[in-house]
Write a protein that binds this ligand. Structure first.
Ligand SMILES: [Zn+2]
Length: 331
């Protein structure tokens, strides 16, 4: 009883901040960042038509960054329905961001991220992040080479998720993913003036894969290696999330492309998944102070330190089954 009230106490503190926040703070800031990413696309396509190497390279970087913001931050917020208060619009945004921009199935994305990862964070066999494990790959290939092929692997995984889905859903996903990929290709040929199919496809791969290495890293760094729980003796939510989630430090590139909820406010995001990136940052001081005062874990580690850990303990973390943690005496 006393333990359950810890989460209620923290929720009350966070709700007070949310109630005092404006629309701009709740949604406006993050929607503006996404809009800015879309506004960067026309100049990026035009820069890619330049015969001068520095301008062409600038186009590649601009398109890669915009694509990263839209497909990492955008798809994540859209999967949570955080981009609109209306349920219908939230669904439209999920299809737009996840299927057209992200080349993935909206239904599989929401199912995997919201209904499994968030609902069952670090519960073995449910939300244990094992979908990210490819034990057959050696560590250097998994950590540094395979991520470069994420833009090719993503639509293939989406297709594998379509089995046993209603026909209308399969047709929509195939249509939307094809629309996203083909319009990108068409614009490279017709606006940027690419002469060859291979060149345009290569440019798509480079731009779309620019941040897939940190994307894979961030997904494994923040949960794997932390306490994992058995589905039959799950800890209370506040213990599950504070033990099973880790924050990475702020970094301007990752802040913009991934959003605070995936980087420096991942703990806050798992405790309050309905909050936007900006709101996670706003409640962070209150959440971290509360957890520290109540002697609950508030786990933080640097990107390089996690990378070193995963490189040196790859077998233990990414190949072998994780050990189960029992939180004795605090439940
Ligand atoms: Zn999330």
């Amino acid at each position: 009883m006393e333990k359950e009230s810890l989460m209620m106490e923290l929720t009350r503190l966070v709700q007070t901040i949310v109630k005092q926040s404006s629309w701009w703070e709740k949604r406006g800031v993050d929607c503006s960042i996404l809009a800015a990413a879309f506004l960067c696309l026309p100049p990026a396509f035009l820069l890619l038509s330049s015969p001068q190497l520095p301008l062409f390279s600038l186009g590649v970087v601009l398109m890669g960054v915009s694509h990263g913001v839209i497909t990492i931050k955008g798809t994540h917020l859209a999967s949570h329905g955080s981009l609109s208060e209306s349920q219908t619009w939230a669904k439209v945004w999920a299809v737009f961001f996840i299927e057209i921009c992200g080349s993935f199935s909206s239904r599989a994305g929401v199912q995997g991220h919201i209904k499994m990862h968030h609902a069952h964070t670090n519960i073995i066999g449910l939300g244990d992040s094992s979908v990210w494990k490819v034990p057959s790959l050696p560590r250097s290939i998994y950590l540094f080479i395979a991520p470069l092929f994420v833009p090719i692997i993503t639509p293939l995984v989406a297709i594998s998720h379509l089995k046993e889905q209603p026909l209308a859903h399969i047709a929509r996903t195939v249509l939307m993913v094809s629309l996203g990929l083909y319009s990108h290709y068409w614009l490279l040929i017709n606006v940027s003036g690419f002469q060859s199919t291979v060149g345009a496809l290569l440019c798509m791969l480079v731009c779309r894969g620019m941040f897939s290495m940190p994307y894979i890293h961030v997904n494994i760094f923040q949960h794997i290696g932390l306490p994992m729980f058995s589905p039959t003796s799950r800890p209370k939510r506040v213990y599950q999330m504070t033990n099973g989630v880790l924050n990475l430090p702020r970094n301007p590139v990752l802040d913009w492309i991934f959003g605070h909820s995936l980087i420096n406010c991942h703990v806050e995001h798992h405790l309050f998944p309905f909050l936007s990136d900006y709101m996670c940052l706003k409640v962070k001081p209150v959440v971290s102070k509360f957890l520290t005062e109540k002697k609950l874990p508030y786990q933080q580690d640097s990107y390089l330190s996690r990378l070193r850990l995963f490189y040196h303990k790859y077998q233990e973390l990414m190949v072998f089954a994780p050990p189960i943690t029992e939180l004795v005496g605090i439940q």
